[in-house]
Design a binder for this molecule. Structure first.
Ligand code: URA
Length: 209
């Protein structure tokens, strides 16, 4: 069974409440969603491996640490996942960015893949899949499937708000993928939205309706 972790640092909780509010407009929503993503990645990357390197300071030579291991990539699930990419890149500016386009059929609520463009060395990278909302888990499961089909081996799913149903669905289908959320919310509504959630993340990020 994969790990599911809520990253409930006070700053993350505070910022999440700001974007939950229906009175928060597009500009602030966008900024704060990225800030939360940045704080989450700071927490998640605590386990990145380090290696000894030689460095020559103005005072002389010494052995210090630098990040080692596999290179990273961030994979937003379009379109709402785009709202977390800049936050991740603030901390990992050299990460490559792959895109997976999924849309949710409004009637069936089922996800469909329409675009996949990934770094060519996807099989050698540790991936952060980002999507603000983990609702039914349908899009996340399809995105993970699409990545595995193309050779991806190690990935984590990073979401702002998760519904219990979505966490369960991903854990059951992909027990090798750890999930990180800023909040585990109460439930999914009959119309497939997370309650209390924050509404439609894509619409709120891009000012559409
Ligand atoms: N997608 C959203 O944008 N919001 C939800 O509440 C669920 C899925």
């Amino acid at each position: 069974m994969s790990k599911f972790q809520v990253l409930n640092h006070p700053l993350i909780q505070h910022k999440l409440t700001i974007i939950r509010s229906k009175h928060t407009g597009t500009k602030v929503f966008r900024e704060v969603a990225n800030e939360i993503a940045e704080l989450m990645v700071y927490e998640i990357t605590r386990d990145l491996p380090l290696a000894d390197v030689e460095v020559e300071t103005p005072m002389g030579k010494s052995t210090q640490k630098m990040i080692a291991g596999k290179k990273l990539a961030v994979i937003p699930i379009l379109r709402a996942g785009l709202g977390m990419v800049d936050g991740v890149l603030q901390l990992i500016p050299a990460a490559k960015v792959g895109h997976i386009g999924m849309y949710r059929d409004e009637k069936t609520l089922k996800p469909h893949e329409y675009f996949v463009k990934l770094p060519s060395d996807i099989d050698q990278r540790d991936l952060f899949i980002v999507d603000p909302m983990l609702a039914t888990g349908g899009s996340a499961n399809m995105a993970i499937e699409a990545l595995k089909k193309r050779g991806a081996k190690h990935m984590r799913l990073v979401v702002l708000v998760a519904a219990p149903e979505g966490v369960k669905a991903v854990q059951e289908e992909h027990p090798d993928v750890d999930i990180y959320a800023a909040s585990l919310d109460e439930k999914l509504t009959d119309s497939g939205y997370i309650f209390p959630g924050l509404g439609d993340a894509g619409d709120r990020l891009f000012g559409t309706k």
